[in-house]
Design a protein around this ligand. Structure first.
Ligand code: SAM
Length: 741
């Protein structure tokens, strides 16, 4: 939704076709042995040379290909049989097998983390690990540095586009890291001189050193080793406290909680353990439980100053969660400052509930009557991948813009989707209690368990995640206000293009909303918070619907094509009307619209009577009332006309055209016409289709009423403000945006 789809752009289509050819070529080699195997030296030299030269130019666009889906290994390692590199066949998933390898080169990081690995026979192959933690969280050196020993479950030997081959790992859960000193390390790779028994204290100190160097995984590993070699209660407690902190830093919140539990559920809970438990719960967005733990901590240890601060923070989150009250100016400040703009705020679920929606599956419904402009919900993203679209920020080297090509589904998207797959995978992998929020989202016909636990470790199907993202992710700006500020600089008639964003995220509650071009709700963003408001008055039990793609004045077939990836055709009143309108009428509508747009370009010199006549002729061809079927081909023409009348200081005509713009969007308004009868308020009897330019339309009305019916100007200004609130999510910044007051 609102992502940057480039599937039809020739340059990217060519890349997609090339990739398909590579795949077809690879298919012909399924099950074959590798012919003319390169020597160990040749493979490692080639890799080291590429590493040395650097391979991506500053201006290069990252490209990531999603291969045909295959499932992760759902089997226990105990049920798998060991094979060697020489046994591996091309384009084959070696089900029932595993391979143990050791890295023999430094790692390289492109879209995947790569290195040359060897097996016990000394045979080598390139290993490519996709969707691993980002460099800041876990350096490639730590993931695949020289000497790292790994088990690859059910390995997949892939033919690459350059004719070489490699072990491709799309599911990080298929990988088992073998720590130093582990008996699974093959004897030929065991150190010649056995490491002497190291004391728990020594291991803890080593762990602390890693912790201080921000290498949390290594620290966790050492604390775990130390725990195995001590039976002393006090030492074990210190180690668990240390490990819980490293786990928190590494975002393994579930495991951190498990470490802390014995220390907080005893008679005299340990202060640090209580504090860390609260931190884990906060990060898991369990604010109520977090609040309870902090309250207990405050009563047990009243001098703990940090706990006081944290309690205040948790209280604020609880208030947001319960009341939906946010200080939007504060949110903007955070979004401007934080990179990525991930805001520290809670989700508010208003009067909405997930229910069945017939053939559409599930949908989101109102549970009570809602007024236009009211907040339906405000949701913190589950995951949000940010790409700077601001010129200054975007000029920074490598802003992460990636072309994601899905060969199976013939799609190409430009943005941060590939990063989003990685983020969501890692989030669930590290804290499996997050899984249900995403795993239960719509995943179309993709068949997979998606998520389970094997050998006490989470197993996640990355292709399932990819599918969920493709169907549920939203493209988003840094803030909708920023987008609006850019759009008000252009005339509505010139600005009917769709919104397409590079940053994207998943908001699970919002993902339950089905599409309708005739929508009744609108989403807006500040950082990674999505704000959804009603665009009209809604009765209880009304299904909330918003746009997956903004409906514009275009051919119905073109519009329906945009929903293909979701597998539905929109059957709203507008789409239905388009389908049942005769082709000659549709053609004439298109031609007349083009004519008016051409005329409007002349601005003040435009032939306004001619425009009026053409629009009247267009209106006559509609068989349905605009209050039932909004007229996408005319609303902006009326608005363009209203703006010209206003420039020509003809307020009565401007009012007439502006009201017609709203009426053609389905609004039913009483008491707005001029001459106006004093004492009669303007009343919106029915709200129409919400367009961002409605704000400007109410602005034109406000200015014109000031001249001929001042009594209505304030009301028009209020409707402008309300429309602004729907459009950008809040109205605290209305006056500042329009430089009022
Ligand atoms: C983001 S999900 C929306 C929630 C989904 N209905 C569910 O059950 O979780 C998108 C999917 O909902 C269904 N859908 C959304 N809008 C629809 C519409 N107007 N008509 C039919 N199906 C629709 C399609 O299956 C689409 O792939």
């Amino acid at each position: 939704m609102d992502t940057h789809d480039v599937s039809a752009v020739p340059q990217y289509m060519a890349q997609l076709l090339n990739q398909k050819k590579t795949l077809q070529n690879a298919q012909t080699r399924i099950g074959q042995n590798i012919e003319k195997r390169k020597s160990r030296d040749e493979i490692t030299m080639q890799f080291r040379f590429r590493l040395l030269m650097g391979h991506r130019q500053r201006s290069d666009l990252r490209t990531s290909f999603i291969p045909p889906a295959y499932s992760p290994s759902f089997r226990s390692i105990l049920d798998l049989h060991k094979v060697m590199i020489k046994d591996l066949l091309l384009e084959t998933h070696h089900r029932g097998n595993y391979i143990t390898v050791r890295s023999i080169t430094p790692p390289d990081r492109m879209t995947a983390v790569m290195a040359i690995v060897e097996d016990e026979n000394g045979d080598v192959v390139m290993l490519q690990l996709y969707y691993q933690e980002e460099e800041n969280a876990r350096p490639a050196e730590d993931l695949l540095g020289e000497g790292t020993v790994l088990i690859v479950k059910e390995p997949y030997l892939k033919l690459m586009s350059d004719g070489d081959y490699g072990l491709r790992m799309d599911h990080p859960s298929d990988l088992i890291y073998i720590p130093k000193n582990d008996q699974r390390i093959p004897s030929c790779w065991q150190p010649r001189v056995k490491e002497l028994e190291v004391s728990a204290e020594h291991l803890r100190m080593q762990g602390n050193n890693y912790f201080n160097a921000f290498n949390y995984q290594a620290a966790i590993e050492l604390y775990s080793r130390a725990l195995k070699s001590t039976s002393e209660e006090g030492e074990a407690q210190t180690l668990k406290l240390n490990r819980s902190l490293a786990l928190l830093k590494a975002k393994n919140f579930d495991t951190a909680l498990a470490d802390l539990e014995p220390m907080v559920s005893c008679l005299k809970p340990v202060e640090k353990a209580l504090y860390r438990k609260a931190q884990a719960l906060y990060n898991l967005q369990k604010f109520e439980e977090c609040y309870e733990v902090l309250t207990a901590l405050r009563s047990e240890y009243p001098d703990n100053v940090e706990a006081k601060k944290e309690l205040l923070r948790a209280t604020k989150r609880l208030q947001e969660q319960e009341s939906g009250t946010y200080r939007f100016n504060q949110l903007y400040m955070e979004a401007a400052k934080l990179r990525p703009p991930h805001l520290d705020h809670a989700t508010y679920i208003g009067s909405v509930a997930i229910r069945g929606s017939g053939i559409r599956g599930r949908g989101l419904f109102t549970t009570k009557a809602i007024k236009a402009g009211d907040l339906l919900f405000c949701e913190k993203s589950f995951a949000h991948a940010y790409i700077a679209d601001d010129t200054q920020e975007a000029s920074d080297r490598d802003n992460g813009l990636t072309l994601l090509i899905n060969v199976e589904r013939n799609t190409a998207t430009m943005g941060a989707q590939s990063e989003l797959i990685r983020m969501i995978f890692q989030k669930i992998y590290k804290s499996p209690s997050f899984a249900p929020a995403v795993i239960n989202l719509h995943h179309g016909s993709y068949k997979s368990i998606g998520f389970c636990t094997v050998d006490s470790t989470p197993v996640i199907d990355t292709f399932y995640i990819e599918r969920v993202i493709a169907l549920n992710c939203f493209g988003c700006p840094l803030s909708s206000r920023q987008t609006h500020l850019r759009s008000i600089e252009s005339e509505p008639v010139k600005k009917t293009a769709e919104k397409q964003f590079h940053s994207c995220g998943v908001w699970p509650l919002a993902s339950h909303i089905n599409h309708s071009c005739h929508s009744n709700a609108r989403r807006a963003f500040i950082g990674d918070m999505m704000i959804v408001r009603a665009t009209r008055d809604l009765a209880p039990n009304t299904e909330i619907e918003f746009w997956y793609h903004t409906p514009i004045a275009e051919e119905n077939d073109d519009r329906q094509k945009k929903f293909e990836q979701w597998g539905f055709k929109c059957d709203c009143a507008m789409c239905h009307d388009d389908q049942t309108t005769k082709r000659n009428i549709l053609n004439s509508r298109k031609q007349q619209r083009a004519k008016v747009l051409q005329h409007l370009k002349a601005g003040l010199k435009a032939n306004l009577p001619e425009i009026e006549i053409t629009i009247v002729s267009m209106e006559k061809q509609y068989t349905q009332l605009a209050s039932k079927v909004p007229r996408l081909h005319v609303w902006d023409l009326h608005l363009g006309l209203a703006q010209v009348y206003m420039q020509r200081r003809e307020p009565a005509k401007a009012i007439n055209s502006a009201l017609k713009s709203l009426l053609s969007l389905g609004y039913v308004i009483e008491g707005g016409n001029v001459p106006h009868k004093i004492g009669t308020p303007m009343v919106i009897k029915q709200w129409g289709l919400f367009e961002d330019h409605n704000i400007g339309c109410w602005g034109v009305l406000c200015g014109a009423y000031q001249l001929v019916a001042p009594e209505l100007a304030t009301q028009a200004a209020q409707y402008a403000k309300l429309s602004y609130r729907i459009c950008v999510g809040e109205d605290e910044t209305f006056e500042e945006t329009y430089k009022l007051g």
